[in-house]
Design a protein around this ligand. Structure first.
Ligand SMILES: [Zn+2]
Length: 206
């Protein structure tokens, strides 16, 4: 019996089971991450519902190892290109959503300045249900001056993103570079308003 059929049979226990097996095809990983049933026990904590998973368990927990990182997920802040969205504003907005701190691991402002808000193996809050296997990188922007979704990256942002993704690729050579919108069963329609593979996919080949 392969890992996938085991997962289907073992219901709410499949998460623990699959993680123990360690040898997972990415599609199996998709399967059990998108079929959470509640309540569940995760890292010895009882999780009653999705909201708890998002704000309590995922927030601040730590991934098992660097092998857990399967995706480097790009986001935009969904703010207008003529609008400033500071780290402090981002922090305030994410705290209002119940996060302990900024949900992304990295934030890149229009001038190219980079800040880190989570440790690399700390579970973020940016792409549920993929937070336990990904690193979140957000650039400031993503809407044009009229509020229409648009790739608004500045030259400085692009340079900084390339630099960061190259470093992360060395640390997590098997992680795929994807946009938030590329992940099945997540909600954003446009984020990050660019084709992650087309723009940054070449870094995976280095
Ligand atoms: Zn996003």
């Amino acid at each position: 019996m392969d890992a996938n059929s085991q997962c289907r049979d073992s219901g709410s226990h499949c998460r623990t089971y699959c993680i123990r097996r360690k040898q997972l095809h990415p599609l199996n990983y998709f399967y059990f991450m998108t079929n959470d049933s509640f309540p569940m026990t995760l890292c010895k904590e009882m999780v009653r519902n999705e909201r708890t998973l998002l704000t309590k368990v995922e927030n601040g927990s730590v991934m098992r190892s660097s092998k857990s990182i399967r995706f480097l997920v790009l986001h935009c802040s969904a703010t207008r290109s003529n609008q400033s969205y500071s780290v402090e504003q981002l922090m305030r907005d994410h705290k209002q959503r119940g996060f302990r701190t900024i949900g992304y691991h990295f934030y890149i402002r229009r001038d190219g300045s980079l800040t880190q808000h989570r440790k690399l193996l700390e579970v973020g809050a940016h792409a549920r249900p993929y937070n336990r296997c990904s690193i979140g990188i957000c650039y400031e922007g993503g809407l044009d001056e009229n509020g229409v979704p648009c790739d608004t990256r500045t030259k400085e942002q692009t340079e900084r993103m390339v630099e960061l993704l190259k470093k992360l690729h060395v640390l997590f050579p098997n992680a795929r570079i994807v946009g938030h919108r590329d992940l099945p069963s997540t909600t954003p329609k446009d984020c990050p308003c660019l084709d992650a593979q087309e723009v940054f996919g070449w870094i995976e080949e280095l």
